[in-house]
Design a protein around this ligand. Structure first.
Ligand code: ADP
Ligand code: MG
Length: 353
């Protein structure tokens, strides 16, 4: 039987209630703790517990345990077919999520590896195939039920009072209206945050797909298009590498990805739609005094403009894309804030949103 005494703290990083929960609910006593970077929503730590290495994650308060349990059921479904899907440890009471100080706490097996190097063709090829296989597997997840509602305090729910002019595009809006009405649009559960830092590479192969916190039901072509931008886009140049994007789509298909990729015309509009969404939610969060990455937001606005009018065409007639001349873009937080009529606070920090 476990004692109610907390284990002796080994680090100032972990508060007493976290150590107590680790001990009582997971039977873990860390002997070394180090902070893990690369995330953008949680605090993550590597804990050495004797021979066992685990990751401790403390998520934002607004994230409910119910939505996380739902997300991790999706991960479990994928893990039954694909060993790369990371799934959390269960407590002695079989829970995957516990709350500490109001925050959701989860514990995961530590996986050796690092995030994807997007300049490596090999790593992008492997990643694209994993995405295809993962989407195909998630499409077989029955009994998922509805995803528990997202909190109104979630970052995803933020919008600025007024959208900047640079994010207006009636042509894109018309395209999106037609796209939303398309009956052939594939919808289903998806990972929801598929980018380089959430895919771990061990030097030889993809070792893990982590961070299932944003798993939701949505349009699979939207997730695919955004992955194309994450792995084949250059946010600094506001340009998409066309040949690389076509190769990514082909590897996705060879992995069994369910979204048809012969016609690639959906890719750029859906990237732009997501760039706009990310910029708007970051501007909305900033209006609420939250910490946002203003450099990232400015580059999203810039890329939204630069990708206007581009297309990947169809597989039959591949077209090489050249980055367009980048239009004048906001290069500082002041510029962005001016567009939405707000003065930025001094000392606002960066952090991917
Ligand atoms: N199971 C794991 N094994 C190894 N490293 C991990 C694991 N889980 C998370 N990490 C590291 O911690 C970082 C943050 O974790 P993540 O789950 O992505 O949190 P966030 O929700 O904040 O993005 C990851 O980018 C990765 O570097
Ligand atoms: Mg992450």
């Amino acid at each position: 039987m476990m004692s109610s005494q907390p284990p002796r703290p080994v680090s100032e990083t972990l508060p007493r209630d976290v150590l107590l929960t680790l001990h009582e609910q997971y039977g873990l006593v860390p002997t070394a703790v180090s902070t893990l970077g690369g995330g953008h929503q949680s605090n993550a730590f590597r804990l050495d517990c004797g021979v066992q290495h685990v990751v401790l994650k403390l998520g934002p308060r607004w994230r409910s345990s119910a939505e996380l349990e739902w997300s991790y059921s999706a991960a479990e479904h994928v893990a039954q077919a694909m060993a790369v899907a990371a799934i959390p440890l269960r407590t002695t009471a079989k829970a995957q999520v516990v709350r500490v100080g109001g925050r959701p706490m989860t514990v995961w097996p530590y996986v050796e590896g690092r995030g994807i190097d997007v300049s490596s063709d090999k790593e992008c090829d492997l990643t694209a195939a994993v995405l295809g296989r993962m989407q195909a597997r998630l499409a077989t997840w029955r009994g998922a039920g509805a995803r528990p509602a997202t909190s109104p305090f979630a970052l995803a729910m933020r919008r600025p009072a007024r959208a900047p002019e640079a994010l207006r595009d009636a042509g894109l809006d018309r395209w999106l209206t037609r796209w939303r009405a398309r009956r052939s649009r594939l919808q289903g559960p998806m990972h929801g945050d598929f980018w380089g830092n959430n895919v771990l590479f061990d030097g030889r192969r993809i070792a893990a797909v982590i961070d299932w916190d944003d798993t939701r039901v949505g349009s699979l072509d939207r997730e695919l298009a955004w992955a194309v931008w994450e792995f084949c886009g250059n946010p600094d140049l506001a340009a998409l590498d066309g040949p690389k994007a076509c190769r990514f789509l082909a590897r996705y298909a060879s992995g069994g990805g369910p979204v048809p990729v012969a016609d690639r015309s959906f890719v750029v509009p859906l990237i732009r739609e997501h760039l706009r969404y990310e910029a708007l939610r970051a501007l909305g969060a900033a209006e609420h005094g939250e910490v946002v990455d203003h450099g990232y937001t400015a580059s999203a606005i810039r890329a939204f403009g630069a990708l206007r009018g581009q297309s990947l065409g169809s597989a039959a007639r591949p077209r090489r894309l050249r980055p367009k001349a980048v239009p004048a873009a906001p290069d500082s937080l002041q510029d962005i804030a001016a567009r939405i009529g707000r003065t930025p606070r001094c000392g606002e920090q960066t952090g991917r949103t």
